[in-house]
Write a protein that binds this ligand. Sequence first.
Ligand SMILES: C=C1C[C@]23C[C@@]1(O)CC[C@H]2[C@@]12CC[C@H](O)[C@@](C)(C(=O)O1)[C@H]2[C@@H]3C(=O)O
Ligand SMILES: O=C(O)CCC(=O)C(=O)O
Ligand SMILES: [Fe+2]
Length: 327
Amino acid sequence: MASLSKTTTEQYSYIKNRMASTFASTIPIVDLSKPDAKTLIVNACEEFGFFKVINHGVPMEAISRLETEALKFFSLPLNEKEKAGPPNPFGYGSKRIGHNGDVGWVEYLLLNNNQEHDFSLYGKNHEKFRCLLNSYMCSVKKMACDILELMAEGLKIQQKNVFSKLLRDKESDSVFRVNHYPACPELAVNGENMIGFGEHTDPQIISLLRSNNTSGLQIYLRDGSWISVPPDHNSFFINVGDSLQVMTNGRFRSVRHRVLANGFKSRLSMIYFGGPPLSEKIAPLPSLMKGKESLYKEFTWFEYKNSTYGSRLADNRLGHFERIAAS
Ligand SMILES: C=C1C[C@]23C[C@@]1(O)CC[C@H]2[C@@]12CC[C@H](O)[C@@](C)(C(=O)O1)[C@H]2[C@@H]3C(=O)O
Ligand SMILES: O=C(O)CCC(=O)C(=O)O
Ligand SMILES: [Fe+2]
């Protein structure tokens, strides 16, 4: 994947070389060890649907050991990696994202938390890889639940575990993804920007992203501009997903985001997507309605997921489920 010519990159989307501004100071930072965390989380979810977390409690040692194993996997020859693919939807994938024509300058591993994966396909260190992945997923899931509980407190919801119980449920449909974006030297020469992972919102409740120190992630602001998120390998970045937007009746916004390929350095990111059980009804919480109508028709996570997997990355997936306001 690292060697490419113009013909191989033609299939990817380029974006105009208008640099997105990097406003490091715009992105809210939440220190999970501070008492104001819950208020800052609610403000960030309302304004951006996105924030950075420090003092997260996931040991750096566990993170870097997993990152090393993931990089070892991605450095295998393509035919070896392809033994763990194609992703339907889980396994190893390269360039194609989903099944509806999206492509990006990325290769990845997609795993489901409650499905047995045949790890023997993941290189000769697969046992080590599996153990590191399991312990990382446990720590990140715990952090996700802590954040969701702070969120419920910040929203003054009596039932503190109203969101976190969905991730803790043994049927929780959560997904883990490792994305590898090789450096794309042609971009460094032409000064162009190419899409690594096209713009989209995450369909689940919450996503916890951690990457190495290579830039690329951008988020879309309410004013219609894209901003680059300065990478920080010691922190986690949290996205509000579509399901949380619905549960808060639109008070929190699922954030549109994308990744641009880098001309000089490869990027490795690991994302935990916390999702509810398939049978869970996704609907606004009564305590957040305050006499207002629901903005959404009723649906289960199974129905939303089915519709998601038939959509293109950039689609507004919640559009199908919005109620048309009576005039
Ligand atoms: C094009 C697609 C890939 C995706 C499923 C979809 O049809 C639309 C949503 C995509 C997305 C974005 C967030 C996560 O990375 C993901 C695993 C998810 O749940 O929804 C991906 C899906 C995928 O890569 O299969
Ligand atoms: O790789 C990244 O940094 C973000 C990718 C992403 O948004 C996703 O996998 O849903
Ligand atoms: Fe995403």
